[in-house]
Design a protein around this ligand. Sequence first.
Ligand code: GDP
Ligand code: GDP
Length: 437
Amino acid sequence: MQKPIVAVVGRPNVGKSTLFNKVAGSRISIVEDTPGVTRDRIFADCEWLGHKFTMIDTGGIEPFSKDIILSQMRRQAQIAIDMADVILLLVDGREGMTAADLEVANMIRKTSTPIILVVNKIETKELDRNSFEFYNLGLGDPISISAEQGLGIGDLLDKVVESFERSEVDFEEDERLKIAVLGKPNAGKSTLVNRLLGEDRVIVSNVPGTTRDAIDSSFKYYGEEYVLIDTAGLRRKNKIYDEIERYSILRAVTAVERADVCLILIDAEYGITEQDAKIAGIAHNRGKASIIVVNKWDKIEKDNHTTKSFEKDIRETLSFMSYAPILYISALEGQRVNKIMETVLQVASEHAKRITTGMLNDVISEAILLNQPPADKGRRLKIYYATQASVKPPTFILFVNNKELIHFSYIRYLENQVRNSFGFIGTPIIFLVREKT
Ligand code: GDP
Ligand code: GDP
């Protein structure tokens, strides 16, 4: 199931980043972090009472600069409207209501997205009276918190989770396979989306997302319906987003969250870059199936070594994603675009594949015989057995005598053996280690 997205918006200095760090840092566990963007904390994977969600700090996207605060706030509110399932509007209970608060409230009020009004910096009962004036924003009952001291955070998160429950129908009913098209600005995402939707495929509908205003398109392929999540669609409405890399990262996060399979578009003209690696890292860390699609292949002067040298660069830069197939296409001219759906179906089925415990343990036992786990100070790791706990992505549990004895490199070895036997092309696989007493 896809994780809902919670966006925090508000003026500078109301305490957005304090709240964000509080929620992401202590009360709830950070499930994973994406390489490269961790430091900036623009988003975090959170969990409260068994509900997983992704939290976005819109204030972290671009630092507020004094003279253009209002336009930046509008942009951040727009991001929240485009992407979030729940919006938290944070205001400062010590300063009281300001014109800027009203401005943001007026912007977000127009959406159908649930909004929770949060009054921060309320450390005492007396101060709590300050929250009443925020009823004037017309967003319902304010919740008082102190982000700094961690007061009221539990109640707030309860309310957040309640809002998910109200919209949960939207998350669960859709069984169609979802494909996200990712890549740097100008990699050719819209061109590819148009290609995939065009020609012999029937566009069933072009509905705005049910839970947010992202533009999803569905189409039929051999009688089955699929959904394309077009991350470029948002850009067309808000051209300015593109100039800031963090916007494209955020856009990728929210699209990946909802997707089963990610198409990672690389612009052949530029070769593979650090930004491509960040985007691919998001898909990998979220356990999605991925295909690396090198686009604009028509623009490249080719000789016998061209494909090999491209592949080498990609494998080096995306070393964490060695499982992903690579396609070389021209979205503009249509070359090999027909390979895409074929490959999507293949990796989607690998992503959902189950291996019987018997077959899995045959492979693991043989792997152990072939290459014994190293002993550490006389103690030897024993692997009793393994089982596949879940799919999407395939997740295996290894039962061992002592967790501390298992080394990352040995898990990597087992992963390779499992892949040699079962493939799992296009999908990450995860090993969890449990002690069995
Ligand atoms: P942002 O610009 O909205 O991200 O705001 P920050 O999180 O950077 O906080 C701005 C200032 O408000 C900092 O000096 C914080 O220490 C302070 N602050 C944040 N939360 C609280 C709170 O709950 N109570 C009080 N008294 N101060 C707070
Ligand atoms: P997006 O920003 O990722 O959505 O990229 P667009 O689809 O808007 O494409 C950016 C530019 O690259 C446009 O001028 C496209 O015509 C061009 N383009 C896209 N795909 C190809 C391709 O396969 N070959 C060539 N030569 N140009 C392409």
